[in-house]
Design a protein around this ligand. Structure first.
Ligand code: AMP
Ligand code: MG
Length: 349
């Protein structure tokens, strides 16, 4: 009887040990082969969908909470930079005649806007707010030329100065003041702030996408790069090219983003600061690739305004900034430092 117990005991022990080994080895196997899962969420801000995708490679991070906090940040920045939200900091500044105290974010972005205005010899101009308002792309109305000229007169008669966190206009007091519009740069700045927050919380891999304004956090967890599509002009889902990279921002300014057609002519939202009319230069889009999304956003707008020749010269003179131009024949031109493989796959050389 004793021997029978001993026998059953040793069999049970063996089965137990084998099961334990199977458990361990299957756990190891699943760890080895498991690809890192992602978490993604979208919300509507700045008149567009903001989508944030994060790779969950770190078990100590609460990714759900980080996504929720990121959207709280979006709401905070919408309350600063929105042209339409009555009570945003920008809205209040545009209503105000007196000197206005600025938040740190607003002051910083205005300073950067001035840098880009200087760099692009005025192609980037945040004083075009009133002219932007005249171009109503929802109602397809061409503004009357006298109204455009009167706004241009304001733009040319005033400058803003920033001293001790205070904004003030200097210029001819008999002329109406211009309005500030940060639509050409704000999304880039917000993407940079989201990345700053997420990386400070330990996020190593992910994609921040503000309606096509893309900022990458690192590479993918397996160290491969991301493929970011450049839209086929006027199509919904087709790409004319893809750019393969990690940890850069990719931002496109295209005439197909906001436009209307009247009498066989297309009017779009990228404005020539000298005329107040949409730029006419045979370009469909300009994509800028840069480390910072603020840079990519401001330059995509400005380089479009500058056009192919001047724009290419400017981009080639800048370090670690690249451009992809798509012209009205759908021909692609790339700046120095980029490489096209397989006719439409672009990477940094
Ligand atoms: P984006 O889509 O980034 O190229 O920005 C286009 C938006 O920037 C427009 O909808 C306007 O709000 C604003 N904008 C248009 N033309 C200019 C310009 N020449 N300089 C700066 N901002 C501009
Ligand atoms: Mg822009």
């Amino acid at each position: 009887m004793k021997r029978l117990y001993k026998y059953i005991f040793s069999i049970t022990l063996m089965i137990g040990i084998s099961l334990l080994l199977i458990c361990f080895s299957s756990k190891n196997l699943s760890q080895k082969n498991e690809s890192v899962t992602t978490i993604s969420d979208s919300s509507f801000f700045f008149d567009t969908f903001v989508t944030i995708t994060l790779y969950k490679d770190n078990a100590n991070i609460n990714y759900e909470e980080l996504l929720a906090n990121s959207f709280k940040l979006c709401a905070k920045y919408e309350n600063i930079f929105s042209t339409t939200l009555s009570n945003s900091e920008l809205y209040n500044l545009n209503q105000c005649d007196e000197n206005v105290k600025l938040s740190k974010d607003f002051q910083y972005l205005l300073e950067r806007s001035t840098d880009f205005e200087v760099l692009t010899k005025g192609a980037f101009n945040v004083k075009l707010g009133a002219i932007c308002n005249l171009w109503n792309f929802k109602n397809s109305t061409i503004p009357n030329s006298q109204e455009i000229n009167s706004c241009l007169n304001s733009v040319n008669s005033y400058d803003y100065i920033l001293t001790d966190n205070t904004f003030s206009w200097v210029g001819d007091k008999n002329i109406k003041k211009p309005l500030i519009d940060l639509g050409g740069i704000a999304k880039g700045y917000i993407a940079d702030k989201l990345k700053e927050y997420l990386t400070s919380q330990g996020v190593s891999y992910g994609i921040i996408n503000l309606g096509g304004n893309v900022l990458l956090i690192g590479s993918k967890p397996d160290k491969s790069s991301y493929s970011i599509g450049i839209k086929y002009p006027f199509s919904d889902n087709d790409y004319i090219a893809t750019v393969n990279l990690s940890d850069y921002s990719v931002v496109t300014s295209g005439i197909y983003e906001r436009y209307f057609e009247k009498d066989n002519k297309l009017y779009h939202h990228l404005l020539n600061p000298t005329t107040g009319y949409p730029v006419e230069n045979q370009l469909y889009s300009v994509t800028i690739i840069a480390k910072a999304s603020t840079t990519a956003d401001a330059l995509s707008t400005a380089v479009f305004v500058l056009g192919m020749d001047e724009g290419l010269k400017l981009v080639n003179s800048l370090e670690d900034v690249y451009a992809v131009f798509v012209d009205s024949n759908e021909k692609i031109t790339i700046s120095d430092g980029l490489l096209i493989k397989n006719s439409s796959e672009i990477s940094i050389n």
